[in-house]
Design a protein around this ligand. Structure first.
Ligand code: CMX
Length: 137
């Protein structure tokens, strides 16, 4: 099952500008940055207070990126809601059994060495859902 909300992912055109906006405007703290070549994103995790969860800012690294496509179609905004799971393979299998389309046959690498998969937004009320099995879980 789902353990908690892992993060909310927001597509942005310019990562540094967006980090600056969240830090200055809301006093949030950038706690992690990385580039994920497979997903073609540069990303940053912004913490909300000491225990208020995190917002993930996602910027495309190339025109073929899912984030580039999202920005072209919808402009900047919420692109995904991510849930933490203990076992992404088991969680994906359970949702597949309930008739949902998962985007990957096998989990791929996400933030900080996590393992991830996605539910197609058309099978989840128009929301792209990410499943995240944290590294070392
Ligand atoms: N949220 C809600 N709806 C979305 C969506 C999103 N993020 N992305 C696409 N859609 C909708 C489209 O608007 C379209 O709707 P209509 O048919 O009503 O116009 C429909 O889904 C299908 O669109 P599509 O052109 O077939 O799909 P795309 O090529 O845009 O791909 C998706 C959509 C979800 C398969 C693709 O974005 C994907 O593979 N995502 C997973 C990977 C990803 O998002 N990586 C970036 C984040 C990396 C990370 O979190 O680590």
């Amino acid at each position: 099952g789902l353990l908690r909300i892992d993060h909310v992912g927001i597509a942005v055109a310019d990562l540094d500008e967006a980090i600056d906006f969240y830090e200055r405007t809301f006093g949030m703290r950038c706690v992690h940055r990385e580039t994920n070549d497979e997903q073609q994103v540069r990303e940053a995790m912004l913490a909300v207070g000491p225990e208020g969860g995190v917002v993930q800012l996602l910027a495309p690294t190339g025109p073929g990126s899912a984030i580039a496509k999202f920005l072209d179609r919808s402009g900047p905004g919420v692109q995904q809601v991510a849930y933490t799971v203990r076992d992404v393979t088991a969680a994906a299998a359970a949702l597949r059994e309930r008739g949902l389309r998962l985007l990957y046959d096998e989990p791929r690498r996400g933030t900080g060495g996590s393992l991830i998969n996605f539910v197609h937004p058309k099978d989840a009320g128009g929301v792209l859902i990410e499943l995240v099995q944290p590294a070392g879980a």
